[in-house]
Design a protein around this ligand. Structure first.
Ligand SMILES: [Zn+2]
Length: 289
């Protein structure tokens, strides 16, 4: 059975009276519990204080960090806006080139000249920024497609230019032109499907456009004949040659030497019989000289 009461004695030095206190057991227990609670509470307070101090430091750091990120965002937005403006200029140049190449405006060209100031709200600014980056991305794709289209058209145009017969195939003088004439052999009226250019035998004959030799040999009437395919429906004929310098399948550039003037086939004297055909129809070569 534990004691119900405690007695505390206070014994001073010398001859003073001894003091004694009588304490209930429950009271002693209560005092002990209160002491422990006090110490624990103190510890918690100190811990809490330390945590607040750490948090405050972190908060300060985050504030500074946030401010610098906001500035970065502004700078980035300004750069993207610059890019966008450059793309607008490129789009305008592209449009001019397309007009020159006789192409229509590309579909879905959404870039406009208006930019708009940076948004005040960081979230709004961020989504605005993303949209602008998407715009620039799309604009770059469009420019790329457009450039390829323009290049294709210019290639076509330059190969068409290279394929179209131009100039005199030989140095000489015209003796018979394209059209109906009385045949020097039969005396009957007959279509003359080319141009006769007289020159001394052996005078060099040149291809009047880029192409591929499709015939190189003797053919009745034409004598030693060279035919060149130029593409785009163009073909040229060079007849009555004394010599042929090319072979079937050979690639030619305009101005390449292909034959020498002669008097082979149905011919009354050394001359070149020159024909220009477009889509199988003989045309007046005079228009191509
Ligand atoms: Zn002729």
């Amino acid at each position: 059975m534990p004691a119900r009461k405690f007695t505390v004695l206070i014994i001073p030095e010398g001859s003073h009276r001894v003091r004694r206190f009588s304490l209930q057991r429950t009271l002693v227990k209560a005092i002990a519990v209160a002491g422990v609670a006090l110490v624990l509470g103190g510890c918690l307070l100190v811990a809490d204080y330390l945590r607040v101090r750490v948090d405050r430091g972190e908060l300060e750091y985050l504030r500074v960090h946030n401010r610098s990120q906001e500035q970065d965002l502004h700078r980035l937005a300004a750069k993207v806006e610059d890019l966008r403006q450059e793309m607008v200029v490129l789009a305008q140049n592209d449009a001019k080139v397309r007009v020159m190449a006789q192409l229509t405006r590309p579909k879905g060209d959404s870039l406009t000249g208006v930019g708009g100031p940076p948004e005040a709200d960081a979230v709004a600014e961020f989504s605005h920024l993303q949209q602008q980056i998407d715009d620039v991305r799309r604009a770059i794709d469009l420019r790329r497609e457009s450039q390829e289209e323009i290049r294709g058209v210019l290639n076509d145009q330059s190969s068409l230019l290279a394929a179209k017969p131009v100039g005199w195939p030989v140095k000489g003088w015209m003796t018979s032109s394209f059209g109906m004439r009385r045949s020097p052999f039969t005396g009957k009226r007959k279509m003359h499907e080319g141009l006769d250019i007289a020159a001394r035998t052996g005078t060099p004959i040149y291809a009047t456009a880029d192409g591929i030799v499709s015939q190189a040999g003797t053919r009745s009437g034409y004598g030693k004949l060279v035919v060149v395919e130029h593409g785009y429906g163009y073909k040229t004929y060079y007849g009555h040659n004394s010599k042929i310098f090319v072979q079937v399948g050979q690639r030619l550039k305009r101005g390449d030497k292909i034959a020498a003037v002669g008097n082979t086939g149905r011919s009354t004297g050394p001359h070149l019989h020159y024909e220009v055909h477009l889509n199988g129809v003989p045309l007046n070569p005079k228009k191509y000289l």
